[in-house]
Design a protein around this ligand. Structure first.
Ligand code: COI
Length: 356
C-alpha cells in the first residue's frame, strides 16, 4: 500500500453511552475520524486519523450547491471472545467506487479504504457497544470541496469516515414496521442515480417520508418512476415478499440500490434451498396475493435496518396487514442467522466477516 495513515489521538475522550437503550440511530459519534484529501494533479493524499471535530469548508464548495457526494454504511461488531468483526467491507468499498463512478468522483484505492476502516475502527474499538442488536455503524463518504460554482466535476474532494455506536434503526426494533406505498412522488428513474448511494436520492425522498410519518408510517415504499407500478425499494432498505412459499425481491434495474444485506439474504435463502426470485413485482400482484391469502411475509433488508419485518402496507388507503402484523418465521430466522454471523456466534460458511 502506497499511502501511510497518520494518527493523532484525541486529548479529550468523550463520554460513551452507558447503554444503547433509547439512543436514537446516528446521534452519537466516536472520538476519531478518518480524512483523505484529493486534488487534481496530486490524486488522493494525506490519509489521517484525527480527533472527531467539525471541518472547515468554503461556502462555495460544490457539494453544497450541486450535491456531488456519495456515502456508504457498514457495521463493525464486538464478539463475545473479544474480537472485532466487519461485515463484508470489501462489498461496501466496491459499491463506494460504483457510486463514485456514477457521480464523476475519482476512485478511492480499495486497499487504502479497507486499511482506513480497519485502523479507525481499532482506534475507537472501545466504542463498539455490546448487547443484542448493537453495533458500530461506519459511515464512509466523499464530498466535492472545490470552491467554484461552475457545474463541472470538482477538482478537490475529501473522503472521510465517521463512526457511530447504534442499536436498532427503527423505534420498533425487530418488531414489524408499517410502510406507506408512495403514489405521488418517485425516488429514481431509469438512467438516473437510483443505484448510487448519493445524498440526492435521500433528500428527494424526504417530502414523501414526511407525509407518511404524519399518517403514522415508518417509511415509504417506492414504485418505479415510469409506470408507477413496479416495486423498487424503501430508501433505507431493499424489500422481500414471501408469496405462496416463494421469496420475491425486485430485480436490480439500475434505479434500485444494490444492497449488501439484500445480497446476503439471497445467498442465505439459496443455501437453505428456499426458492427465491429476483424479478419485476408489481403492486397489483402484491395486492392480489394479499387478497388471496398468499402474501405470507414481508421484510426489508439494509445495513442500518438489518432485517425489518413489514406488518402493514398502505396502498392508496387500503391496508394490507401481513402475517397479522407479526414478525414472520422466515424473517425471524434470517435475523437470527445474519446477526449471528455478524457477531461471530454462528458459523460463517460464506466468509463474510473480516477480523479487524
Ligand atoms: C444503511 O443501511 O447503511 C443506509 O445507508 C440506510 C441509511 C440511509 C440509514
Amino acid at each position: 500500500m502506497s499511502i501511510e495513515i497518520t494518527v493523532e489521538h484525541t486529548k479529550n475522550k468523550k463520554e460513551k453511552p452507558s447503554s444503547m437503550d433509547g439512543v436514537v440511530f446516528g446521534t452519537q459519534f466516536t472520538d476519531h475520524m478518518f480524512i483523505l484529501d484529493y486534488d487534481a494533479g496530486q490524486g488522493w493524499h494525506d490519509a489521517r486519523i484525527v480527533p472527531y471535530q467539525p471541518i472547515m469548508m468554503d461556502p462555495a464548495a460544490k457539494v453544497f450547491h450541486y450535491g456531488q457526494t456519495i456515502f456508504e454504511g457498514l457495521k463493525a461488531y464486538a464478539t463475545e471472545d473479544g474480537r472485532v468483526l466487519m461485515f463484508r467491507p470489501t462489498k461496501n468499498i466496491e459499491r463506494l467506487n460504483i457510486s463514485n463512478e456514477r457521480m464523476s468522483i475519482p476512485e478511492v484505492d480499495p486497499e487504502l479504504a479497507l486499511e482506513a476502516l480497519r485502523q479507525l475502527i481499532l482506534t475507537d474499538r472501545e466504542w463498539i457497544p455490546e448487547g443484542e442488536g448493537n453495533s458500530l455503524y461506519v459511515r464512509p463518504f466523499v464530498i466535492a470541496t472545490e470552491p467554484t460554482l461552475g457545474v463541472s466535476p470538482s477538482r478537490q474532494y475529501k473522503f472521510m469516515i465517521i463512526l457511530s455506536p447504534v442499536g436498532a434503526y427503527y423505534a420498533e426494533g425487530i418488531n414489524p414496521v408499517k410502510i406507506f406505498v408512495e403514489s405521488k412522488y418517485v425516488r429514481a428513474v431509469p438512467g438516473g442515480v437510483g443505484m448510487a448511494k448519493t445524498a440526492g436520492n435521500y433528500a428527494a425522498g424526504l417530502k414523501a417520508q414526511e407525509g407518511a410519518t404524519e399518517l403514522g408510517y415508518s417509511q415509504v415504499l417506492w414504485l418505479d418512476g415510469v409506470h408507477r407500478k413496479y416495486i423498487e425499494e424503501v430508501g433505507s432498505m431493499n424489500v422481500f415478499f414471501k408469496i405462496n412459499g416463494i421469496v420475491v425481491t425486485p430485480a436490480l434495474n439500475g434505479s434500485i440500490l444494490s444492497g449488501i444485506t439484500r445480497d446476503s439474504i439471497i445467498q442465505l435463502l439459496k443455501h437453505w434451498d428456499i426458492p427465491v426470485e429476483e424479478r419485476i413485482l408489481s403492486i397489483d400482484e402484491l395486492e392480489e396475493a394479499h387478497k388471496e391469502g398468499k402474501l405470507e411475509e414481508a421484510f426489508g433488508t439494509g445495513t442500518a435496518a438489518v432485517i425489518s419485518p413489514m406488518g402493514e402496507l398502505n396502498w392508496q388507503g387500503e391496508k394490507m396487514i401481513i402475517n397479522e402484523g407479526k414478525t414472520g418465521e422466515l424473517s425471524a430466522k434470517l435475523y437470527e442467522t445474519l446477526t449471528g454471523i455478524q457477531k461471530g456466534v454462528a458459523a460463517d460458511p460464506f466468509g463474510w466477516t473480516i477480523e479487524v
